[in-house]
Design a binder for this molecule. Structure first.
Ligand code: FE2
Length: 285
């Protein structure tokens, strides 16, 4: 069973990766470059919504205008070199060996209050494992709130499913078909049976902290009815050595037909991660 572990300072990288592959949720507290990134993102968000109260911006704008500004903001953020440098510095600060690390892209997630402002870019994510779509079992997720969060606006984990399979739609989820626009599958694979939420964990961390977890964890956005939007930033990394050696989290139930190695590029030189072998469900890693 996985545990939530609070960490101060850097950890030895191989030990950290092993801990993540065994299902631990790691909270790195007070990471200076992450605090800087929060301040930097705050300025971008204020400018995007032209407001002094970014977490309440939805109450100042109609839905279409809000969603259009979210889209502009997210596109800007994804290409922002300062944001990338600060996130990379945060990863380096907690001990990630950047020489052997690839990542996908920085994503600024916006989760407004209620359902009314839910759109393609602001809808809450249902129960999923990222590995149902990526098939990369060394995939490690990094997540950080920009503004204070509560148990009512965070990400939830279901650790009882770490080593328990759940029926899901990954078998029919072919990323080539999704890309070609010929798939009728949902954006991400989803459970095909009712999720038992008894083991739910809702980490509440501070702006400046960094949560690190395996992409194989079953997780979901908490439905936000707090009256305050959640802004968070996330990225996914893969350690090239572990990917090549087949080290990673166990695959208990992921059956997507392809491995999305191509999503990940080296953090420094941008080289695509070499192809990773397919880990079949039930195989020990
Ligand atoms: Fe996810």
């Amino acid at each position: 069973m996985s545990v939530l572990r609070v960490v101060s300072g850097a950890t030895e990288d191989e030990a950290r990766r092993g801990s993540v592959y065994s299902g631990d949720l790691l909270v790195f507290e007070k990471v200076p470059p992450m605090a800087e990134l929060c301040a930097y993102a705050d300025a971008l968000i204020r400018a995007a919504f032209e407001t002094d109260n970014p977490v309440r911006a939805q109450f100042e704008l109609d839905r279409d205008e809000y969603l259009s500004r979210v889209e502009t903001l997210q596109k800007r953020f994804r290409k922002d070199d300062t944001a990338k440098e600060l996130f990379l510095a945060a990863l380096g600060h907690v001990g990630v060996d950047l020489r052997r690390t690839s990542w996908d892209w920085l994503y600024l997630r916006v989760s407004p209050h209620g359902d009314e402002y839910a759109g393609r870019r602001t809808a809450k994510l249902g129960f999923h494992r990222d590995t149902w779509s990526s098939n990369v079992y060394a995939q490690t997720n990094w997540w950080a709130p920009i503004y204070p969060i509560t148990a009512g606006r965070t990400v939830a984990f279901y650790p009882a499913y770490w080593d328990e399979p759940i029926e899901n739609t990954s078998r029919g989820w072919d990323l080539e078909e999704i890309r070609a626009g010929t798939s009728s599958a949902p954006v991400v694979p989803e459970p095909a049976e009712t999720v038992d939420t008894a083991s739910e964990l809702r980490p509440v961390i501070e702006p400046g902290d960094l949560l690190c977890f395996s992409g194989a964890h079953l997780h979901a956005s908490v439905p936000n009815t707090t009256g305050v939007a959640r802004f968070s930033v996330e990225v996914r990394t893969v350690d090239a050595g572990d990917a090549a050696d087949g080290r990673g989290a166990p695959n208990v139930d992921g059956e997507a037909p392809r491995v999305a190695s191509g999503w990940f590029r080296h953090v420094e030189d941008g080289a695509t991660l070499p192809e990773i072998s397919h880990v079949r469900p039930g195989s020990a890693v």
